[in-house]
Design a protein around this ligand. Sequence first.
Ligand code: HAM
Length: 424
Amino acid sequence: MKVQALKGFKDILPAESAVWQLIERTAREVFHRFGFAEIRVPILEKTDLFVRSIGEATDIVEKEMYTFIDRNGTSLSLRPEGTAPVLRAFIEHSLHTLQPVQRLYTIGPMFRHERPQKGRLRQFHQLSAEVLGADHPRLDAEVMAMAWMVLTELGLTVRLEINSLGCPACRPDFKAALDDFLAARAGSLCEDCERRRLTNPLRVLDCKSSHCREQYQTAPAIIDYLCPGCAEHFTAVEQGLDLLGIPAMRNKFMVRGLDYYTRTTFELVTDQLGAQSAVGAGGRYDGLVAQLGGPKLPGIGFGMGMERLALLLAEQGAGTTPATIDLYLAALGETACKQGFRMAHALRGQGVRVAMEHDNKSLKSQMKQAGKLGARFALILGDEELASGQAVLRDMTAGSQDTLALSDNLQNWAAALAARILVG
Ligand code: HAM
């Protein structure tokens, strides 16, 4: 029997990896411009970390984690998201003592045992950014602006939706109103909502059943229950976005799938990916660092799904550059092959992307391969040319070619050719 990848786990094949590299490169560049530094954290953590941060009664913790018991009896889980591990590391290494405000990002795989579909995998990848130690509303706008800039530079168009989930001061009034609303509908909700109504009422608003959703259209919205501090903060976040010219729409029914959020939450959404409409999402989590045993410091961040970004790039036809090589070295004859082998190595040392085969195929077949690989130049080297100290350099785009003198000084020769090739 053939061994196959697990359901919901996907190989990223060479033909796709150029897009992935583009996404990652663009994100890193933008993150660095905003003063973020990379942190790399483990994929495996104690289960307790996620239960305490994401929340016991969330879908992620209740039914989507890859959890197992280690040899020594500890419950471990593959990380379903990046915020909790980054905060764990931030606390463990007292990073706040190095700099009062930490701007961190991490890129890598996350794991959730969801039902796979387009844009939803069990192993997926996130670009995830967090700012710890500051709570100015303009920072919230700045963090959203950073996510927005990544998308803009990738050439993608999405919608930014924002909401505020208030703080422990305004939650109780809202919860009471929501409890009353749900109690009045007891018996007419789906099984999940009936249960959630008692365990984690806010989560019912995220129900996918159309019958429930219809009823929740008239549910109380937290934005109408914000305390003066949270209301002022939210207005200032909107003003901050306005100052940067970033269009945001309020979505008063936005609830996030993780329990740690306070105040600002946001989603970057598209109508082009079917049910999996969020390409990114995040928000403020002012109580989380302390909740995990760290100092009392606020935080805000977001995660963007790389699979969804790649799908959207294909959908919107933006930013895709095929992987190309600079030069195909076509050598004919054993002596030329040996010399070409050294030349290819020297050129690679000079930064030129070179492809060369070692099996001495016909010129026709080698040129065909050069075309397939998208080479910009081909260097043709036969035993005869070699004997007369020459090779042919063909410009594959222009279709022109000229004779190139070889030299005994391989390094100088390679440097000169590299300078010529790498200009364009
Ligand atoms: P999240 O909304 O659970 O938030 O995930 C963020 C993004 O990850 C989603 O908008 C989506 O693009 C992508 N994503 C989530 N699940 C899947 C999946 N199964 N398959 C493919 N893509 C997926 C968080 O994870 C928070 N940690 C974000 C955050 C950071 N909040 C504050 N800081």
